[in-house]
Design a protein around this ligand. Structure first.
Ligand code: SAH
Ligand code: SF4
Length: 343
C-alpha cells in the first residue's frame, strides 16, 4: 500500500499513471491531501466512485496513528503519534492569541543522540531517523485532526534536525511547495552541529536558524551539553558568523534559563559579550522541570533581570511563554511518559 501523505505531485502522478488516469486526477488528489486534509480516499468526492475504489486498492491517505492527544487550556494541542513500526514521536500545535499563526512543532528523529543533560528526549538515546514523509505526516495529522491550516513550522520537537538533514531538507521543500508555507516561516533548531550549519549556509533557503546555546561560556555549556566537547562555542561562533554572512539572515539564539546555574548577572554579561557581534534575536526559555536532572526553574525576578541585562546590549530579547504547561507540552516530555500513561 502506498501512503499518499507526504508524496509530491510527481509521485502521485506515478500512481495515477499506473491506474490509467489523467494528470488532472493527480492534482485533485494532491489538493485533497495538502489543502483539504482529508482522512480517507472516500472523502475525495470529486473523484468518481469507481476511481476511488481503484485507488483504495493501492493507496491509503495515512498510516500514522494518534496514540495520545492532550489539549491545554491555552489552546496548545499535543499529540503522541505512532508509526507502523510502533515508534512514537510528539508533535505540538501552538496557537498564539490575537495572531493568525498556527505553529506546528515537529520532531525530526525518534529519540536523540546528543543527550543534553536537561532534556527528556536526550535521556531516551537515539532510536532512529524519521523519513521526510514521517516529518510531513506530523503536520498533515494536525491539519486532519483540527481542520486548520498550519502556517509556521518549528523543528523543535524530538531529535536533532541537523543530524537528519537530508530528510529535514526534503520535508522543508514539501512544506514550501505543497503546503505553501514560506521558508521564512520554517525554523530549524539545532544544538550546534557545525557541518549542518555550514550546509544550511550554502543552500541558503531563507529559513530561520535557531541555535540552542543555553550557556554563556565553554565550562557551563559542557556541563549542560556534551556536544560542546565536539563543537565548542568558539568554533560555533565562526560557523554562525559564516551562516549570517552568506544568508543575510538574523538567527535566533535560544537560551534555557536554569536557576543558579546560568541565570546569574555574570552569565548575562558574558552572554551579551559572546553575542555582541552576531546578528541575532534572543529567546529565553525558562527551564521546565524534567525528572532526575536536579535542575530547577528560574525565579520570575531572575528571568526579568536576565532579560533587561541582555536588552542593554541592544538585542531583541523575548521570553518563551510557557505554552501547554498543564499538558507537559515542553520538549520531549510526553513521549518520555507514554509508557507510564494509562491508554
Ligand atoms: N535538538 C534540537 C531541536 C530540539 S529543540 C535543539 O536542541 O535545538 C528542543 C528545544 O527545547 C531546545 O531549545 C531545547 O533546549 C529545549 N528544551 C529541552 N529540554 C527542555 C526543558 N526541560 N525545558 C525547557 N526547554 C527544553
Ligand atoms: Fe537532542 Fe535537542 Fe534534546 Fe539536546 S535538547 S538532547 S539536541 S533534542
Amino acid at each position: 500500500m502506498q501512503v499518499l501523505s507526504g508524496l509530491s505531485l510527481a509521485e502521485i502522478e506515478e500512481i495515477t499513471d499506473k491506474l490509467n488516469a489523467s494528470k488532472y486526477r493527480a492534482r485533485q488528489i494532491h489538493n485533497w491531501i495538502y489543502l483539504k486534509s482529508v482522512n480517507s480516499i472516500d472523502e475525495m468526492t470529486d473523484l468518481s466512485v469507481k476511481f476511488r475504489e481503484e485507488l483504495k486498492k493501492t493507496a491509503i491517505v495515512s498510516d500514522i496513528k494518534v496514540k495520545i492527544k492532550q489539549m491545554s487550556l491555552d489552546g496548545t494541542i499535543k499529540y503522541l503519534l505512532e508509526f507502523p513500526d510502533g515508534e512514537c514521536v510528539e508533535t505540538v500545535l501552538m496557537r498564539f492569541d490575537n495572531r493568525a499563526n498556527l505553529t506546528a512543532c515537529v520532531s525530526s528523529q525518534v529519540g536523540c543522540a546528543v543527550n543534553c543533560s536537561f532534556c527528556a528526549t536526550g535521556k531516551r538515546g537515539f532510536i532512529r531517523n524519521l523519513t521526510y514523509k514521517e516529518i510531513v505526516e506530523q503536520v498533515l495529522t494536525i491539519q486532519r485532526d483540527t481542520g486548520l491550516k498550519v502556517t509556521n513550522i518549528v523543528f523543535m520537537g524530538q531529535g536533532e534536525p541537523l543530524l537528519n538533514l537530508d530528510n529535514v531538507l526534503k520535508a522543508m521543500k514539501i512544506f514550501n511547495e505543497n503546503f505553501q508555507i514560506g521558508a521564512r516561516r520554517i525554523t530549524v533548531s539545532t544544538s550546534g552541529i557545525l557541518s549542518g550549519i555550514d550546509k544550511l549556509a550554502d543552500i541558503d533557503m531563507q529559513s530561520t536558524l535557531a541555535i540552542s546555546l543555553h550557556a554563556p561560556n565553554h565550562e557551563i555549556r559542557r556541563k549542560l551539553m556534551q556536544i560542546e566537547n565536539k563543537y565548542p562555542m568558539n568554533e560555533l561562533k565562526s560557523a554562525l558568523k559564516n551562516y549570517i554572512q552568506k544568508t543575510g539572515r538574523r538567527i535566533t539564539v535560544e537560551y534555557l534559563l536554569i536557576k543558579d546555574l546560568n541565570d546569574t548577572i555574570d552569565s548575562a554579561v558574558q552572554l551579551a559579550e559572546y553575542l555582541d557581534d552576531l546578528k541575532c534575536n534572543i529567546n529565553l526559555i525558562p527551564y521546565n522541570s524534567v525528572n532526575e536532572t536536579g535542575y530547577q526553574k528560574p525565579s520570575k525576578n531572575s528571568i526579568m533581570r536576565f532579560k533587561s541585562l541582555l536588552e542593554q546590549s541592544g538585542k531583541k530579547v523575548t521570553v518563551r511563554l510557557e505554552r501547554g504547561a498543564d499538558i507537559d507540552a515542553a520538549c520531549g516530555q510526553l513521549s518520555g511518559k507514554a509508557d507510564k500513561l494509562p491508554m
